[in-house]
Design a protein around this ligand. Structure first.
Ligand code: ADP
Ligand code: MG
Length: 579
């Protein structure tokens, strides 16, 4: 069936090349937007019909194209942005490959109208099937208008695979929003099938754009990253969601590198991990994270559509992002009227030698009743608290040996005693300086055998275990000699204590030591926390409630499950037919 080797016609080869750049209508919009931004536009308007399948128009008020260069704009590998291979290292523009317009012209009908600042009139040029006609003068305002019609009219295979108009419309909208976020000083307007579907004012205020994306309330409450301390050449700014707002997937974590919207699963994970223990399992944060770094440290030329980038030191970028987000979250949790968890001495929470996790965590002083008043005093009604915080509570009692009932200024609180205690222990243990975790020496060292997989995982984590209070050393094969265990686990047999923390080492995908440590601590706290089914006396209940109030993130346990359910007064009134 072979027909012999032949050189592809220029038209066919440019159609094939075009496929890499122009995958779908949204990719056309992306390229045109980037060109407009590169041209320094202050206002960009985008218009589409049928999700861009029929028609896409992008108009800008940027620099425009000089009359004698307009034909070049459509030529393959013609660009005004790159002159030498060295330039690639310091690229500051969004485009540089000089193939977008040529690619689009190979698979659609294109009309390009432009007037440069210097030009006395505009020029217009049409192209079809990759062939451009002769430019002719035309009256036009400064800037550029590109009209793209009948995308893939000459590539039936592609046309067949076009997604629904609705999908495409949504994609284009998301795209416009991303660029509006990255360029808050540029005014964007997107009209799809005659209706405005997105716009931004160009005021320079990112929160305004966030409001269009995530809603006004969410945008107002999003946490600003820019105040985070940063060392090194990687700068992180932007906004992320507070811990009481979340999404069911990671799609709304928007990432930008040097003004370019990118997809990077590792960096998305960096953001997600910064919320570790602050969100329920299966919930994800959202936000827009902007990374600025020297252009020579990032390679943008790895993907024809420039949707992915490669970092010279990916780990540094990863931890810069994670640190910035984590710091901002902790800062926003700490900046409230309720004191941070500091007043609770950790020894209060450590179980005494072998007495088992029990009432030892109880505090020795009675709850301070005046706390209630200070929380109440603000407005006669419910005080307004920062995201995630809880007001001071008055413990009322325990039900089912599992839940505490408490009254707050704003209604009734049901607290899961196990989850709450887990949270309290977790924060106490994390507050301790590295290496200071209280450990308990065994009377005689004990030899523990582990399954081979766990044993090799444990070998990699010995240092970490030491930091949280284990003294463990390899003892040949898959055996280990245990000399000490964290005091919180002192009630367990050394073997069980070790098992409690190595159980899911194998599935540990967390690259950062700090996060692994947090997980280990979370696991220890789970074992040590008071269980459901344990009756607690009034002082114990009060102590637990006080300790929970003092937590930085009192509403979830370290595994992300809720510690409490809040029934607001309002709801009670409504349920009782009083409202
Ligand atoms: P690249 O952006 O990689 O340079 P393109 O094919 O997207 O390649 O564009 C080719 C050239 O056309 C650009 O380098 C630029 O000089 C010019 N151009 C394209 N769009 C615009 C625009 N909206 N305003 C001004 N010049 C433009
Ligand atoms: Mg371009």
């Amino acid at each position: 069936m072979t027909r012999g080797i032949r050189v592809l016609s220029p038209q066919l080869s440019s159609q094939i090349a075009a496929g890499e750049v122009v995958e779908r209508p949204a990719s056309v919009v992306k390229e045109l937007l980037e060109n407009a931004l590169d041209a320094g536009a202050r206002t960009i308007s985008i218009e589409t019909e049928e999700g861009g399948n029929q028609k896409i128009v992008v108009a800008d008020d940027g620099d425009g194209i000089a009359p004698d260069e307009i034909s070049l704009a459509l030529a393959r590998h013609a660009t005004s942005k790159l002159a030498s291979i060295e330039d690639l290292d310091t690229i500051r523009t969004l485009g540089f490959r000089g193939e977008a317009l040529a690619s689009i012209a190979a698979v659609a009908r294109v009309q390009l109208t432009s007037r440069s600042r210097a030009g006395s009139s505009g020029m217009r040029l049409k192209a079809e099937n990759g062939r451009a006609g002769k430019p002719s003068p035309v009256g036009a305002p400064q800037g550029t208008v590109i009209l793209v019609e009948d995308l893939f009219f000459n590539v039936p295979a592609r046309r067949k695979f076009l997604k629904s108009r609705t999908t495409e419309r949504r994609l284009i909208e998301a795209l416009a929003a991303r660029y509006a976020l990255a360029y808050p000083s540029v005014r964007f307007r997107l009209v799809q099938d005659g209706r405005e579907s997105f716009s931004s004012t160009g005021s320079g205020d990112r929160r305004e754009v966030l409001a269009a994306l995530f809603g006004v309330d969410a945008a107002q409450r999003m946490i600003d990253l820019s105040a985070a301390e940063m060392e090194g050449p990687v700068r992180v700014s932007g906004f992320v969601s507070p811990t009481d707002l979340s999404r069911s997937n990671r799609r709304d974590i928007l990432l930008f590198v040097n003004g370019r919207s990118i997809a990077d699963p590792a960096l998305t994970t960096a953001v997600v991990q910064a919320y570790h223990t602050l969100l329920m399992v299966g919930r994800f944060p959202f936000g827009a994270v902007f990374i600025e770094m020297p252009p020579e440290d990032v390679d943008v030329n790895v993907h024809p559509a420039k949707a992915e980038v490669r970092f010279r030191s990916p780990d540094a970028v990863f931890s810069a992002v994670q640190r910035a987000v984590r710091q901002a979250l902790l800062r926003s949790a700490g900046s409230s009227g309720v004191p941070a968890a500091a007043p609770w001495p950790t020894r209060t929470w450590a179980t005494g030698g072998g007495s088992g996790p029990g009432p030892d965590w109880m505090l020795d002083h009675a709850p301070d009743p005046s706390g209630m008043d200070s929380a109440n005093s603000s407005a006669g009604g419910a005080p307004v608290l920062p995201a995630g915080e809880i007001p001071l509570l008055r413990p009322v009692g325990q039900i089912g040996s599992a839940y505490l009932v408490a009254e707050g200024p704003d209604g009734l609180y049901l607290i899961d005693q196990h989850a709450a205690h887990e949270r309290v222990l977790f924060e106490a243990m994390r507050r301790e300086q590295t290496g200071a975790h209280v450990s308990q020496r065994l009377l005689a060292p004990e030899i523990v055998d582990l399954p081979a997989l766990q044993a090799s995982a444990l070998n990699d984590q010995l240092e970490m275990l030491r930091q949280i209070g284990f003294d463990v050393e390899p003892f040949g094969g898959s055996s280990f000699r245990v000399r000490s265990v964290p005091q919180l686990l002192g009630a367990l047999r050394p073997e069980d204590a070790l098992r409690a923390v190595v159980e899911d080492f194998e599935e540990d995908e967390t690259p950062l030591a700090a996060e692994t440590e947090a997980r280990l601590i979370a696991r220890i706290c789970k074992r040590a926390a008071v269980k459901a089914g344990q009756a607690l006396g009034p002082e114990e209940q009060a102590a637990l409630v006080r300790a929970l109030e003092a937590c930085a993130s009192p509403r979830t346990c370290p595994h992300g499950r809720p510690t409490m359910i809040h029934l607001p007064m309002d709801l009670l009134a409504r349920r009782f037919g009083r409202k």
